[in-house]
Design a protein around this ligand. Sequence first.
Ligand code: SF4
Length: 397
Amino acid sequence: MDADEQIQLLLNDDRLSDDLKNIARKVSNQQRITFDEGVLLFEKGELAYLGVLANYIRNKRHGDKTYFNRNFHIEPTNLCVYDCKFCSYSRLIKQRSEGWEYTMEEMLDIVKKYDNEPVTEVHIVGGVLPQYDMPFYAELFSRIKEHRPELHVKALTPVEYHYIFKKAKVDYATGMAAMKAAGLESMPGGGAEIFHPEIREQIAKDKCTADQWLDIHREWHKLGMRSNATMLYGHIEQYWHRVDHMERLRQLQDETGGFQTFIPLKFRNQDNQMSHVPESSVIEDLRNYAVARIYLDNFDHVKAYWAMISRTTAQLSLNFGVDDIDGTLDDTTKIYSMAGAEEQHPAMSTKELVQLIKNAGRQPIERDTLYNVVTDYTNYEFPEETKPQFYKLPVVN
Ligand code: SF4
C-alpha cells in the first residue's frame, strides 16, 4: 500500500477521533497545522497514525530519496566556559587537565589528513573557550579555504558566535558578514536545545538566549546563506515546549527561508549533570521525528544522526519523516559517544551506509552540504574489495 492509500484509510477510519482525522485531512490537503494541533499530535497521536502522516509528507517531497553526505568533524576543544546541564563538556563536569584544546596548526593538520578523501564538508563545532575568538576563527576558515577551496566550511553555532562577537564588540550583522568573508559557508543547527525560557533557564541558562540564537540565524540568512536547526528533546520539557520550539523555527523560516534541515537530537544522560533524568524510548524518538515532519511544513529536510540513535532506529526513522541520515563519518566526533550514544566508535563507510538505506527500501543519494546531488547510489555497484596481499618475508636467523 502506498502513502496515498494509507492516508485514505486513516480518513475513512471510524475509530479515529474527529480532531485527529481533521489533522490527517489537513496533511492530505497540504495545509498547515496549528500550535494546538501540534500538541494534540504529541498527546494523542499513536505511532502508526503519526507514521502514516509523516511518511506521506516525506514521500510527497522526496519519494524514496534518502540523503547523506561525506564529511569530517573538527572539535576545537572539549572544554567549555558554559555550564549546560546536559553536556559533558561543561566546566563543572570537566577539569582543564582532562580536555583537549587544539591549536590552529593542529586543526589544519586534521584538514590535511583528508586531502585524498572524497569528503565535501568540514563540520566544526565544540566547546567555548576565550582563546577561540573572532580573529582566530576568521583565520582558521580562511586558511582551510586557501588549502582546499572546494571543501565546504560548516562551522560554529550562535552559542560561539554570540560569545565571540560580544568579545569583539561587533553586532551580529557585522560579525556574520565578517565570517562569510573569511570563508564560512553554512551554519550547523546546534545550540538551540529548547527555546522556551522555562526550560532553557534550567538546562542552559548562561549561553545565548532563544532570541539571540534566532537573530544570528536571521542575519546569516539575510546574507543569502543557509543553516540548520536542532532541538534537544526527551528530558524535562513537556510536549508544548517542543511545539513552541518548532513554532519559533517555523516563523523564522516563513520570514527568511534560510533553513535547510531540522535535526531532532535525543537527550542522552551519561556523564552529565542530568544523569538522573531517564531517556526517551525508541517509540518516542520515532513519534518526535514524525511530529516534526508534520509541523515544520516549510522545512525541506528532517535528519537523523545514526551515531546518536543507532543504525536500526535510523533505518526505522526513514518511515517517520526522516529523509537524511548523517552521514559517513569516522571517529572525529566525540560529542555523541561522550554523552552515552549507542555508537561509541561511530564509523560507517559509504558502502555500509548505502546498504543500510537500501535495506530500508529507500534510494541512497550522496549530497553536498546544499543538497546538490553528488552521486545517486540506487544502481551503483561498488568495486570488489581488494584481497589482502601476502608477501614472503626474509628468514632472519
Ligand atoms: S552544550 Fe555547548 S555551550 Fe553548553 S556546555 Fe556544552 S559545549 Fe558548552
